[in-house]
Design a protein around this ligand. Structure first.
Ligand SMILES: [Zn+2]
Length: 146
């Protein structure tokens, strides 16, 4: 894991975060605002539920692990986050909801964006009858070269 700069909750939730929750039809509770601030005020990023919980505690947010988990899923359902299943034990929540791909560093567990046009996938199989291909997400797994 790379060291993340400690983020302090300012409590001065700007209109942007309130708007975001409003658009998502989620009530702007203090906990949701606090988590939204941690997630969305540090540029594009990929967070895990465990990582965000640790950040929330570090920022002095009084919150349970269950609330963090539920909030991440509410944000995902509302289209504010995209869920990426890196492996069965690790789910990332991505603030970039536009189509793109990822490098997954298997040494550090860090995830990095690859632009949508950075990968070309040729010869996709024909989709099952009655289905059209909606998207292709590629995870390129990397390790330190020996
Ligand atoms: Zn991403």
């Amino acid at each position: 894991m790379t060291m993340q700069k400690q983020h302090t909750i300012t409590g001065q939730h700007d209109a942007h975060l309130r708007n975001l929750l409003q658009q998502a039809k989620l009530r702007a509770t203090r906990q949701r605002l606090g988590l939204a601030e941690l997630i969305f005020s540090q540029g594009e990023r990929h967070v895990t539920a465990e990582g965000l919980y640790a950040e929330a505690l570090g920022a002095g947010l009084r919150i349970s692990q269950t609330t963090v988990y539920n909030t991440l899923h509410q944000f995902t359902e509302a289209g504010l986050l995209r869920e990426i299943l890196a492996d069965p034990r690790r789910i990332f929540f991505d603030t970039n909801v536009n189509p793109h791909h990822h490098f997954l560093d298997e040494d550090t567990g860090d995830m990095e964006d690859i632009p949508a046009d950075g990968v070309s996938v040729a010869d996709l199989p024909a989709p099952p009858p009655g289905k059209t291909i909606h998207g292709v997400d590629v995870i390129v797994r990397v390790r330190s070269s020996a």
